[in-house]
Design a protein around this ligand. Structure first.
Ligand code: ADP
Ligand code: MG
Length: 375
């Protein structure tokens, strides 16, 4: 068992047409593939920070003017999804094949490029598609030596309700057992090819509360959790391994933060995104090395418990806009991303050597007592 830090990547998206038309300034300068300068510049543009009208000068005083920040990877405006895949996801697929649980989550404000990174657009493949292609390429490569069973689940957490995006059923209940958090009644979908898997991913996306590629209020409040459960059996030794790869498209972080800020002064709003606030709290507590981590505060953090503090190699991709007008969101996202760098998870190779009945193994495989759907 070894301790590994959460890997944190930052991706800066290009200016969009509206930002270009308004001649907005860039507040981020990417120095190299591991560092950036956050530079709000000392001008007198007025904007709202924590609900109060301020100028960049006020804020730069507080954030000590220019900030140089280091991360495991930094991707500038010219980067493409393929770059993020090559740099961050390919090593994770190798870890998965080596028997390690892995998780990746995209964090950032609405419109910062989370879904574009995860799912791409009609023309450009997202990292989920590229990762699944690579996973199946490696599975084929190992097929002489190992037998594979693959099951997937695709969940959405929306207004604290956990929904199964593949079957449009829910809300599902969470409960805890010796293996951790269990999603009651979740049935994994068994798949045999990358194409089949991608088809199910599309189906799940269509079933999201709103289509995830439409930048609208509903989809930016829902969290989508895509999980691939893999059981590998060594044909010679019968050694068995079960691993889980999770890919999570989080809700827009700006809502939680602005609602929280209001909540400090006013009463908490009814539409507060409890899950995202709880995630922020868990990240803060984990980074501070606290003993008690409030995973139980929300359904998202209950589901992500093992990705954040358990047996998992975890990658956080923080998405930001370069625009001076989204200064506060960018600052908050970078602040969280910096804190997340301090988090350590414990990581061990998942190995099972005893021969167990298939059903039992499949239950073990997904940690969630779901059974692989029998075809
Ligand atoms: P989020 O999921 O964080 O709310 P989106 O991924 O939906 O944001 O991105 C908002 C808009 O910006 C979309 O129209 C998307 O196509 C575009 N976009 C985001 N990132 C990029 C990028 N790296 N390159 C080109 N367009 C992008
Ligand atoms: Mg989105």
């Amino acid at each position: 068992m070894s301790e590994v830090a959460i890997k944190v990547a930052v991706r800066v998206r290009p200016f969009n047409r509206r930002e270009l038309e308004q001649n907005q300034r860039s507040i981020i300068r990417v120095l190299d593939n591991q560092s950036l300068i956050f530079d709000p510049d000392e001008d007198e543009d007025e904007f709202f920070f924590h609900g109060t009208k301020q100028t960049h000068r006020d804020i730069t005083k507080r954030v000590k003017k220019k900030l140089t920040m280091d991360f495991d990877s930094v991707f500038n405006e010219d980067s493409v999804n393929q770059d993020i895949f090559e740099n961050c996801m390919k090593p994770l697929v190798c870890s998965v094949m080596g028997g390690y649980n892995c998780s990746v989550f995209v964090y950032g404000a609405t419109g910062a490029g989370k879904t574009y990174t995860m799912l791409g657009s009609d023309e450009i493949a997202g990292i989920t598609f590229l990762t699944m292609q690579e996973l199946f390429r490696q599975i084929n490569e190992y097929s002489e030596e190992r037998r594979f069973d693959i099951g997937i689940s695709y969940l959405e957490v929306y207004n604290e309700n956990v929904m199964n995006l593949l079957t449009k059923t829910g809300p599902l209940k969470l409960r805890e057992d010796a293996n951790g958090v269990v999603v009651s009644g979740l049935v994994l979908k068994q798949i045999h090819s990358a194409e089949e898997l991608i088809e199910l991913l599309h189906l799940g996306n269509r079933n999201r509360t709103q289509h995830p590629t439409d930048a609208n209020a509903e989809s930016s409040r829902s969290h989508a959790i895509f999980q691939v459960h893999i059981r590998m059996v060594d044909k010679k030794t019968s050694q068995k391994r079960t691993v889980k790869l999770s890919m999570i498209d989080l809700a827009g972080s700006e809502r939680a933060q602005s609602t929280k800020c209001k909540g400090l002064r006013f009463k908490e709003g009814a539409n507060i995104n409890k899950s995202l606030l709880a995630l922020g709290n868990c990240i803060n507590k984990l980074a501070d090395g606290c003993k008690h981590i409030p995973y139980r505060d929300s359904n998202l953090t209950r589901i992500l418990k093992d990705s954040l503090g358990g047996n998992c190699q975890t990658l956080m991709i923080a998405n930001v806009s370069p625009s001076s007008m989204t200064f506060e969101d960018t600052y908050n996202t970078l602040k969280y991303a910096s804190r997340a760098k301090k988090i350590r998870t414990t990581c061990k190779q998942n190995v099972m050597t005893t021969n167990m009945p298939k059903e039992f193994l499949l239950k073990k495989c997904n940690d969630q007592q779901a059974e692989l759907e029998k075809l």
